[in-house]
Design a protein around this ligand. Structure first.
Ligand code: MG
Length: 330
């Protein structure tokens, strides 16, 4: 892995592909800077779109999920123990007492799937608003604090289980790691089976599939509690039966850590970082970044055309239109 220092960015970006690049700044409006390290990023972003701040007032915003059928966005405010809903510029409380929910997604039927720190479980919200517990134990022992989640096209629910919700009472409730690890799990709602699919992470976090589901990207945020800890994305190859191989480091993110990530229709990986959203091509080249004024935790594609990037960043929710669309379903 080589490092490419991009003139103008004042940052050293380590890239899997060891790219050598010129950096240009695409300035949009008066508030936003888009840094371009590879020409491909010019076709993924817009020169006349800028970052909008849609809301501010969260303690730690996370888990954005978009509902195209209602044109609204739901996201988590973990320490405030609530979920918020943005619709047409208006923000309301979607769920008070969310059990310190974190990552959210939707299943193949469009139902909300949520990770909860406080109750150490993954839940599904039914169309009538009732909540079904999908999984809260592994081999009879409680999970740590499910963090982020994605649903595969076969309906299986893949989620990460780091200890952030049990390390303090701020984002959950202090507790012990009962099974003694921090695994990535696959849960099958059809059978109720839960199995660990990755066991060698320090603190697994964001998780996303490539558009054809041949790749699985998983973040490790070990650096949050160790200066020398992991701050990278690893890539696994997924076989026809959901089996995994590989697992090499795909990209090392700096500054900060990669928390949540999403993939667009072209297979490009959009990841959170301390200074904004970074974008990587499937070949591992860092294409560029969108600067955000606050540390970013997560993001998702939304809007009627799925071409609007909604970004949760510490106290605020931001959005910016881009020139690509999200790959996640439905
Ligand atoms: Mg996370």
């Amino acid at each position: 892995m080589l490092s490419a220092r991009c003139a103008g960015s004042q940052r050293t970006l380590k890239t899997f592909a060891g790219q050598r690049c010129k950096c240009m700044i695409r300035t949009s409006g008066i508030r936003n800077e888009i840094e371009v390290y590879d020409e491909r990023f010019l076709y993924l972003t817009l020169g006349n779109a800028w970052v909008e701040k849609l809301y501010t007032g969260t303690l730690w915003a996370e888990g954005p999920v978009y509902f195209a059928d209602g044109d609204y966005l739901i996201w988590s405010d973990i320490p405030n123990n609530r979920m918020l809903r943005w619709a047409g510029g208006h923000v309301s409380v979607f769920r008070d007492w969310s059990n310190n929910s974190n990552g959210n997604t939707r299943d193949r039927q469009g139902r909300l799937i949520s990770c909860e720190h406080g109750t150490r479980r993954v839940t599904r919200t039914e169309p009538d608003g009732s909540i079904t517990v999908l999984v809260d134990r592994f081999r009879g022992k409680r999970l740590n604090s499910p963090n982020d989640v994605v649903v595969k096209s076969d309906g299986t629910v893949w989620f990460t289980d780091p200890p952030y919700g049990i390390l303090s009472d701020y984002e959950g409730q202090v507790g012990d790691s009962e099974y003694g690890g921090c695994y990535v799990f696959r849960f099958d709602p059809a059978t109720g089976a839960v199995e660990s699919v990755i066991e060698d992470f320090n603190k697994p976090n964001g998780i996303a599939f490539s558009p054809d589901e041949s790749r699985l990207y998983v973040v490790d945020t070990g650096r949050s509690h160790s200066p020398d800890g992991e701050h990278h994305i690893r890539v696994f190859f997924v076989d026809a039966y959901g089996g995994l191989s590989g697992g090499e480091v795909f990209a090392e993110i700096s500054p900060g850590i990669p928390d949540g990530l999403r993939v667009d229709v072209g297979g490009n990986i959009w990841t959170s970082a301390e200074d904004g959203v970074h974008c990587y091509a499937p070949d591992g080249v860092c294409l560029g970044k969108i600067r955000i004024p606050e540390p970013v935790s997560n993001l998702t594609f939304g809007g009627p055309k799925r071409n609007r990037l909604f970004i949760t960043a510490t106290t605020s929710l931001y959005a910016v239109y881009v020139a690509t669309t999200g790959a996640q379903r439905p």
